[in-house]
Design a protein around this ligand. Structure first.
Ligand code: BGC
Length: 936
């Protein structure tokens, strides 16, 4: 007979178990919260408990654990770095570290110090520590403030120390701030229907007086790489990234104080076509979408010691030339000829007599804007794993990981020899598989100058690859090995926030693969894939993936910028968000799921970051879509003659027709329409939008009835009893009665079982399937799907040695050949949306209210997993779960459940334990342990 589970709560307080915690070496953040006599008492009890060096444990390690910090810093709005931001009154946030028990902030003090002024101090009674209002007067363009903060705990007694002091500085906020800077183009005639050769711009100037600081403000009609006195400025690559340039054109701000010198100086900037005027779009694509001429706009502002400013603007005194980069294209790669390098062109005093002049061209069409997203950077280097011969004898490099970026080479060889690098994701029939690249050549060429060891990496292209076929490498002079070649991984440099690992190596690997596909596709904009002739901001893909993305990285700034472009593009497309943003495909008809992203992505951002200001910014887009963008039939559902992607890439769709799904397109579209209307009602309510919440909730209930008439029979059967056809109305609460819903959930579970726990969903259903089954307590069914290794399944891609998630469940067929369809990317994040289920069910972590001020912790063990660890950096600090089934001395045959959780300061959590009892605890910050004996 089984005993009822024995549930034991081990909360960590000042006595008893606390001593055990010290023994385990867990830091405790309590020094400043304890009075001296309490500390003495603690030492006594610790000594009794046999803890040695208690003083060190408690006193030395404690107080430093309480610092409010975000990477050791205070942060502003959603910026990772606050130099050159677009806000004049940026909201301020700080995070907490440490495991202090039950700590909530009661007030905070912000200190703001501006040049030449006394520090201002603001003491505010508030529990808010995320995105609090700027307390001082607004900052001006280029004005720096130094900010630090400290927090006071309950009773205003237990304060944290001051945080680090962090600088915040707006960029150039108005067009006038650009002084006399003009956009300049080379006097060289521009190419018309072909790729644009990159242009080098240079300017000598002299600085006579001493100076205190210098800032470079810069952007390009194209992509730029800037240098001052021969040194590369900053560490951004592919800057200024891709925006909807017609509407919003970002510039960057750099602190170049330390690169400048008194006397002669030189600025040198290379501009390539990038997304601005390069070829974009599938098949032949289109060129010159935003303009046909490469241009540079920059302003160097030097603050001299006497406080006056010296401006060095881009203007007609600059010079231009072509250089060693012969071509550099996003899809096709770069051709670099070292023989064409002009030594010294980046240095002052270079003889530029043969150089061409420049002329002024019009200012960017889009509003000049400071970035919301972090820049694209080189974030990692990946070592070469293997060099081998292909079936036909070609030399192929294997980096062991499908990644996005480029190669960096160090090579010595004969002058004029050209090395060719062809990048692919997979091998097929023993050769690099180029078919999935479609019209992208993904090939770099490097021609040697013959002068010693040459180091090179491309500037204005990127590739998605694991394998590289190399032709023409000078083996005689340089061995082709990890010393001569490495892979550079690039993406938007967001802060990593979410981690998961568990006892099943395949599931842990799946999570790694999901991470890699996110990294590869968060490159300036959220793309579908990084390798073929697309790499576009497909809206349906981020709709499916945003919940997962928001956990793995801090995406707030990244998606905020992209959603600004979504709004502009929507306004240019009759209120329907185009299929891709930035829109390079021309007018798009209104389409569900892809269009619904303008409601769903803001909602997911709000759930993750709790930012109502950002939500309000995004509200008009969501509202216009529902009010005016959707093409409806007479009852308000989707117009039946509209084009729909719907459950795109249903695993049963034939390879050559990925839209030919088993679930009716309008059923899918209508279900999402209902969901978006519901979300809009929620958004309106969150923003307290007068009559809007009831308007949209009324609308939602009227339309639900129409949905039921159209798609649900009186006995509760769906018109399409498929995985997607059942999951959507279940997840979106569209069944008329809970009885019908419960029986539909049973049928969904049966369908899944009858399909041998293989996936039957495409883009519309996949990201909701697990959440739907869990909503109806069918976690076991979804665990079985997660553990399935035959296609279509998540782990199939893992057992086929995938290192990213794929576009198709079977982009690679079981026999190792590449799926014959056109859509066979090996780096698409949409199916990786399963991670949001993994984090919240296997990991047990989700926000109980937007922004994680309250956390819901509910691990559901299953799938044969014996342990899992999940960690998330909330806007307040770290929350984590670590659970294990079975432990030494387990009396229940491996079913003892042991859970450790962390709750960050200034938050509370609800913990629900597994088992029939489902004991629930309401806890404050701290570390806790729970034990459920003999879990069924
Ligand atoms: C992309 C998808 C995208 C789709 C639209 C494809 O080419 O790669 O991910 O959402 O088109 O159906």
């Amino acid at each position: 007979m089984k005993l009822p589970p024995l549930v034991l709560l081990s909360a960590i307080f000042f006595s008893g178990i606390f001593a055990m915690e010290c023994k385990k070496g867990i830091h405790y953040c309590g020094r400043s919260l304890l009075k001296n006599d309490e500390i003495d008492q603690l030492f006594v009890s610790l000594n009794k408990a046999g803890v040695k060096n208690a003083t060190e444990h408690i006193v030395l390690e404690s107080i430093f654990e309480c610092l409010p910090t975000r990477d050791g810093q205070v942060s502003f709005e959603h910026h990772r770095s606050a130099l050159g931001i677009g806000e004049t009154a940026p909201r301020v946030s700080w995070r907490f570290q440490g495991k202090v028990s039950d700590w909530e902030q009661s007030s905070y003090e912000l200190e703001v110090k501006r040049a030449g002024q006394e520090a201002e101090n603001f003491h505010i009674d508030s529990a808010e520590s995320v995105l609090v209002s700027w307390p001082s007067t607004a900052l001006e363009s280029g004005e720096e403030a130094i900010v630090r903060v400290r927090s006071f705990g309950p009773d205003s007694k237990h304060n944290t120390p001051w945080s680090d002091a962090v600088a915040v500085e707006p960029g150039l906020l108005t067009p006038d701030d650009w002084q006399d800077a003009a956009v300049i183009a080379s006097a060289r005639p521009t190419e018309v229907n072909e790729t644009h050769r990159p242009i080098q711009f240079r300017k000598d100037f002299s600085l006579e007086q001493s100076y205190v600081s210098a800032r470079l403000y810069i952007t390009a009609l194209g992509l730029y790489e800037a240098h001052l006195n021969g040194k590369r400025i900053g560490d951004h690559v592919l800057a200024p990234g891709w925006q909807s340039y017609h509407n919003r054109h970002e510039y960057n701000t750099y602190d170049v104080t330390d690169m400048l010198k008194q006397g002669p100086n030189a600025l040198g900037v290379t501009v390539g076509e990038g997304w601005y005027s390069g070829r974009l779009g599938f098949n032949e694509g289109r060129r010159n979408i935003y303009g046909d001429t490469l241009g540079l706009l920059s302003l160097l502002v030097i603050t001299k010691s006497d406080g006056s400013k010296l401006y060095i603007p881009s203007d007609d005194t600059w010079q231009s030339n072509i250089g060693p980069i012969v071509t550099s294209e996003i899809y096709d790669g770069e051709r670099y000829d070292s023989r064409l390098e002009q030594k010294g062109w980046l240095q002052p005093g270079f003889n530029s007599s043969g150089w061409l002049g420049v002329h002024e061209i019009s200012f960017p069409k889009g509003r000049l804007a400071a970035p919301d997203a972090p820049p694209v950077r080189r974030v990692e280097e990946h070592k070469l794993k293997d060099v081998f011969q292909s079936a036909s004898g070609k030399t192929v490099l294997d980096f062991g990981q499908n990644l996005v970026g480029w190669l960096r080479i160090r090579v010595k060889g004969p002058k004029g020899q050209t090395i060719k690098f062809l990048h692919t994701e997979v091998m097929e029939d023993g050769e690099v598989a180029t078919r999935p690249l479609r019209y992208a050549k993904a090939t770099d060429h490097f021609t040697l100058s013959g002068e010693g060891v040459e180091q090179w990496e491309p500037s204005f292209t990127f590739h998605g690859f694991r394998y590289v076929q190399v032709d023409g490498w000078p083996e005689d002079t340089t061995p082709l090995d990890e010393n001569s070649i490495t892979a550079v991984v690039v993406h938007s440099d967001m802060e990593r926030t979410g981690y998961f690992e568990c006892s099943d190596p395949l599931v842990s690997k799946l999570h790694q693969n999901i991470l890699w596909s996110m990294r590869g596709n968060f490159l300036s904009i959220p793309t579908d894939c990084p390798q073929r002739d697309e790499r576009l901001g497909w809206t349906g893909d981020i709709h499916a993936f945003s919940k997962t993305a928001n956990f793995i990285y801090d995406t707030a700034g990244f998606l905020r910028g992209w959603l600004k472009d979504a709004r502009s593009e929507q306004l240019n497309n009759s209120y329907a968000p185009p299929y891709v943003i930035p829109n390079v495909l021309g007018p798009s008809t209104p389409t569900s799921i892809w269009g619904d992203s303008i409601v769903a992505v803001p909602w997911e951002l709000y759930e993750a970051f709790g930012d109502k200001v950002m939500l309000k910014e995004q509200y008009p887009g969501a509202q216009d879509w529902i009010d005016k963008g959707i093409s409806r039939n007479e009852v308000g559902l989707w117009n039946r003659s509209t084009f729909q992607y719907a459950d795109w890439l249903d695993p049963k769709a034939p390879p050559d027709d990925p839209g030919d799904a088993t679930t009716n397109k309008y059923l899918v579209s209508d279900a999402y329409l209902l969901h978006s209307t519901d979300l809009l009602a929620n958004i309106s309510a969150a923003l307290s939008m007068d009559e809007a919440p009831s308007k949209y909730s009324d609308w939602h209930s009227d339309l639900t009835k129409e949905f039921q008439k159209a798609w649900i029979s009186p006995n509760g059967t769906m018109a399409n009893e498929t995985q997607t056809g059942l999951a959507l109305p279940l997840y979106f609460d569209l069944f008329p009665t809970s009885q019908q819903a419960n029986s539909a959930a049973n049928r969904l579970a049966q369908l899944v079982q009858a399909n041998d726990y293989k996936v039957g969903t495409g883009f519309a259903g996949t990201h909701l399937l697990g959440h739907t089954l869990s909503k109806y307590d069918k976690d076991d069914a979804f665990y079985q799907m997660l553990m399935q290794t035959e296609t279509p399944s998540w782990l199939y891609q893992v057992v086929m040695n995938g290192t990213t998630t794929w576009e198709r469940w079977d982009s690679m067929l079981p026999n190792g050949s590449v799926n014959s369809g056109e859509m066979t990317s090996f780096n698409h994040y949409a199916v990786g949306s399963v991670a949001s289920w993994i984090h919240s069910v296997a990991g047990g972590l989700r926000p109980a209210e937007p922004g994680w001020k309250r956390i819901h912790i509910e691990v559901v063990p299953g799938g044969g997993l014996t342990h899992a660890s999940t960690r998330f950096e909330t806007p307040y600090g770290v929350t984590s779960t670590k659970w294990q089934l079975g432990s030494p001395g387990d009396s229940c045959d491996g079913s003892d459940f042991h859970l450790m959780v962390e709750v960050p300061p200034n938050t509370r959590a609800t913990v629900v334990l597994p088992g029939p009892g489902g004991e629930t605890y309401d806890i404050g910050s701290g570390s806790y342990e729970y034990h459920v004996a003999c879990l069924e």
